[in-house]
Write a protein that binds this ligand. Structure first.
Ligand code: TXA
Ligand code: MG
Length: 318
């Protein structure tokens, strides 16, 4: 049985006991454990059924703590951290030697971020260690944006979800690493490329297959519903071919009327990409629970956070 509770003291007790707690962040819920506890970290991998070579993100509450985690903090990383932390930016930097291999998948780099959620910031401040936290979903499934999503996934395996409401951003953090001292964007996320460029100038993007073998979060199939899902430009035309199927629709801003459509999720009636991003996973969770024959999702405008949404939809439909 999983309890969903706002009791930070209880969460601290569980974490101090080498166990795991699901925690809220502004992006998605994470499955958290003490980075220095082998028992807790192994449990994270086991509960998620995640391959051990897929490294975890370390969560800290203050930029002052960065030197406990990384051995180098290049100027461009500092500029990005100052611009976006606390917030949905993950930096991949050279790790300190005491960061366990279990966290980094044996790499010499470590992923780190300061999440922007009052509950989890308060929790981190009261702990004597940072928290490793991958998204709190089984490997390859849709990330959770509410405590109920987490409970649904893990009711038999974790004892507590720390309640923090619905995740405001709703898509994972944007991940940036460094190659030859130049920033490289590895995962599209809750901070748009445009916002990154405004701060740091042009940046190389390797969001796709190039790094797939060592960063499985970028594997083509990921974030997937159980229901067969299609991604198309013209939803109305596409569903005409499936008159005898039970169809669920995920649309950007307009409704659709068709006899075989069981349910329509509209991401943002006003066409706001930020709102659309915040609702994406919740809408996919809802559609996936309706016992449909298929989900048909519409490609959203491909700029700003629209690029991040389309990226996740592409992976959901692979
Ligand atoms: O928004 C987020 O980032 C959420 C919340 C909970 O903070 N966390 C999250 O974690 O999305 P996860 O484990 O689902 O995704 C982390 C990604 C993975 O694709 C992993 O391969 C990559 O970060 N990663 C972690 N450390 C890395 C490293 N040293 N080098 C390359 N990729 C790394
Ligand atoms: Mg994940």
């Amino acid at each position: 049985m999983t309890i969903i509770s706002k009791d930070i003291v209880k969460a601290i007790e569980i974490l101090n006991n080498d166990d795991v707690v699901a925690i809220p962040t502004e992006t998605v819920y994470g499955l958290a454990g003490n980075i220095y506890s082998e028992k807790a970290i192994k449990k994270i991998f086991q509960v998620k059924q995640r391959p051990l070579f897929n490294p975890l993100i370390v969560h800290i509450h203050s930029i002052k703590k960065i030197h406990d985690i990384v051995s180098e903090f290049p100027d461009k990383a500092k500029i990005l951290a100052n611009a976006f932390w606390p917030g949905p930016l993950t930096l991949i930097l050279k790790k300190k030697s005491n960061i366990p291999d279990l966290i980094t998948g044996g790499k010499d780099t470590v992923a780190v971020r300061i999440p922007n959620h009052p509950v989890t910031l308060s929790l981190l401040k009261q702990l004597s260690f940072p928290l490793a936290a991958p998204s709190a979903n089984p490997f390859n499934r849709i990330s959770p944006t509410s405590s109920l999503h987490v409970e649904d996934y893990f009711k038999n395996t974790i004892s507590m979800v720390l309640e923090g409401g619905e995740c405001k951003n709703g898509i994972e953090s944007t991940i940036i690493g460094f190659e030859n001292n130049e920033p490289v964007l590895y995962r599209l996320g809750s901070i748009s490329i445009e916002d990154i460029i405004n701060v740091i100038g042009q940046i190389k993007i390797k969001n796709n297959k190039e790094i797939a073998p060592n960063a499985p979060g970028m594997l083509a199939k990921h974030y997937a519903p159980k229901t067969k899902t299609y991604l198309v430009n013209d939803v109305e035309n596409f569903v005409k071919n499936y008159q005898n199927k039970k169809v669920g629709i995920l649309r950007f801003s307009e409704d659709i009327h068709s006899i075989n459509v069981v349910h329509v999720e509209i991401l943002s009636k006003t066409g706001d990409l930020k709102e659309a991003a915040s609702r994406l996973y919740n809408s996919l969770h809802k559609l996936d629970n309706l016992n449909l024959d298929m989900i048909v999702a519409e490609i959203v405008p491909d700029f700003g956070l629209g690029k991040s949404i389309n990226d996740r939809l592409e992976r959901a439909t692979k």
